[in-house]
Design a protein. Structure first.
Length: 319
């Protein structure tokens, strides 16, 4: 029944998405593994190939694939677990067109792309972990909800805090959802918004649109911790502004030996021995930090290195 519903969805999808082409189906047929082996065919025959869950139409003497390659609608399943199990190891795009939940720990493998349509979400309940190793295709809206964990190594370059419900209005605390987004182990990309952080957020890297558009507003115990990835790679810190009204003495804490920091602005309040960048790792021959086109002002110390190395003054320029 689920595959029949999936087939009906694909037919509807095709009639609304294939430009300049209209198909009128003469009869519907099926084949276990190869529609092109069917005989006694005529134009406008439709074939559903079961092993790949794809559609073919017989046109001008040959079978032609007409479905979006490997596209399956998750809404025909009771939960995400069933959809992932049904797909198996074939290359598929799983369309998340309605809200769907995860019932137990689940891994989305590399062969599956999760494509979200607004405003559909995946709910991960408390105590459950969703591990994503495939692609994520979604706009800037919330696509994950629930108190569970979303992690993995997805085949994407960036993660957006909006995917986890960030408001970016400068009023609601976004530190919790930013930390959730960082669990996907990709650079956090910020929109042209102001994100309020009341607590510490650890990130692999972080990048905005421009230093006067993508703003981190740090209050209470808010700070950014640059965890980075492998020491062989530079941790990204680019194109954002930080307004540090935090009681935390360190505004940005660096835990990796290599960072690439450029086109950013940090404005402190010059109290509580505020430090612009605190390097929680000793400098050595393996330490490479690149700073360019930045401004750090109204702090007690621009840089502090683990131990006793301090640099105190406002700083504008390159380093």
């Amino acid at each position: 029944m689920k595959k029949v519903l999936s087939l009906l969805f694909l037919i509807l999808f095709l009639t609304t998405s294939i430009s300049a082409t209209t198909w009128y189906f003469w009869r519907y047929r099926t084949h276990d593994n190869d529609c092109t082996n069917l005989t006694n065919t005529q134009d406008e025959d439709l074939c559903y190939q079961k092993n790949e869950q794809d559609l073919y139409v017989y046109d001008s003497g040959k079978w032609k694939p007409i479905s979006p390659v490997g596209c399956i609608d998750a809404s025909v399943y009771d939960n995400l677990d069933e959809a992932i199990s049904d797909i198996g190891s074939t290359e598929k795009t799983l369309l998340i067109s309605k809200d769907i939940s995860v019932s137990a720990d689940l891994t989305v493998p590399e062969n599956i792309t999760l494509k979200f349509t607004y405003p559909a979400k995946i709910t991960v309940p408390n105590g459950v972990t969703l591990t994503i190793n495939g692609r994520i295709d979604a706009g800037l809206w919330q696509i994950f909800s629930g108190d569970g964990t979303v992690t993995g190594s997805p085949k994407i370059e960036a993660v957006y805090p909006e995917w986890f419900g960030a408001k970016g209005d400068g009023v609601a605390d976004d530190s919790g959802v930013m930390q959730k987004a960082s669990a996907l182990n990709r650079v956090l990309y910020l929109s042209d918004k102001t994100y309020l952080l009341l607590n510490s957020v650890s990130v692999v890297g972080i990048k905005g649109v421009r230093s006067d558009l993508s703003i981190l507003k740090l209050q209470n115990n808010g700070k950014i911790v640059l965890e980075g990835g492998d020491d062989g790679y530079f941790t990204m810190f680019e194109d954002l502004g930080i307004n540090a009204e935090t009681t935390n003495s360190n505004i940005v804490e660096v835990k990796r030996r290599r960072i690439n920091a450029k086109r950013f602005r940090i404005a402190g309040t010059a109290n509580n021995n505020q430090v612009g960048f605190f390097f929680d790792v000793s400098f050595s021959a393996q330490t490479f930090h690149h700073f360019s086109d930045f401004t750090i002002c109204d702090v007690d110390y621009v840089f502090k290195v683990e131990g006793s190395q301090w640099f105190n003054a406002n700083y504008i320029g390159d380093m």
